[in-house]
Write a protein of this length. Structure first.
Length: 236
């Protein structure tokens, strides 16, 4: 079973999200669908035939943190997943390795599965392993047995929203390298997703990648016709 994770980012109005929800409630899939809308819409999603995730979480437990949402609040809404360390948050909002580590930890403490995003910038392609190692190490170090639940999403930053996708062979090499790194250093088998310009045209090609456990999809998952096509392609 593959994970199909839809990251809405900061898109869709209330009316748009309500009609989106109506349509997804009819979707049947043998794969695991996970929708990550903006915070205000989370409780609109009933999660009957899919799972619900947040796009972020506070690193703090509770209290005077205006504008933040805690892992326990998310859990109390039935949220099961959270995207952590997305490159947009690392780069635009300057989230540090330390902050991301704390967010991974607090998710696990609250039974929320962190979808940890890692990936290199275009100019870092030649140092990809160093970049990914630093991102993985800072997130995984000092996490207890629960580390087996962390899902890793490899999203090359140069691929996000650009239509540029690494070759199948490159993605296979990177995902299997990530799995091996985690197995060798933390003795667990982790799930690895690919994200970055996944759409209805390239998903049949991406489907052939052996180490792929799922997809983290932005833009193409906002359009229901595209999302449904992708779900259908992954079904067969
Ligand atoms: P796109 O699918 O729009 O390239 O976005 C990928 C992404 O950042 C998902 O988290």
């Amino acid at each position: 079973m593959k994970l199909i994770v839809s990251n809405h980012k900061m898109n869709l109005t209330k009316d748009e999200i309500l009609s989106y929800i109506k349509e997804i409630s009819e979707i049947k899939s043998s794969n695991k669908l996970i929708f990550c809308p903006s915070y205000p819409y989370l409780s609109f999603f009933d999660g009957k035939n899919y799972f619900v995730g947040s796009q972020n979480v506070s690193d703090q437990k509770m209290g005077a943190y205006t504008g933040e949402v805690s892992a326990s609040q998310l859990r109390s809404l039935g949220i099961q997943y959270a995207i952590i360390g997305h490159s947009e948050r690392r780069n635009i909002l300057n989230e540090s390795f330390e902050l991301i580590h704390k967010k991974v930890k607090i998710c696990l403490e609250n039974n929320i599965i962190p979808i940890l995003c890692i990936g290199e910038k275009k100019e870092e392609i030649n140092q990809k392993e160093e970049i990914l190692t630093a991102e993985l190490k800072s997130a995984f170090d000092d996490i207890g047995d629960d580390r087996k639940n962390i899902v890793i999403a490899y999203e090359p930053i140069w691929s996000i929203g650009t239509g540029l996708v690494p070759t199948k062979e490159e993605i296979e090499e990177t995902l299997s390298w990530i799995k091996k790194y985690i197995k060798d250093n933390y003795q667990v088998d982790c799930k690895t997703l690919y994200g970055g310009s996944v759409n209805e045209e390239n998903i049949s090609n991406l489907k052939e990648i052996q180490s792929i456990d799922g997809y983290l999809i932005g833009g193409a998952s906002l359009k229901l016709n595209k999302l449904k096509q992708m779900i259908d392609i992954l079904e067969v």
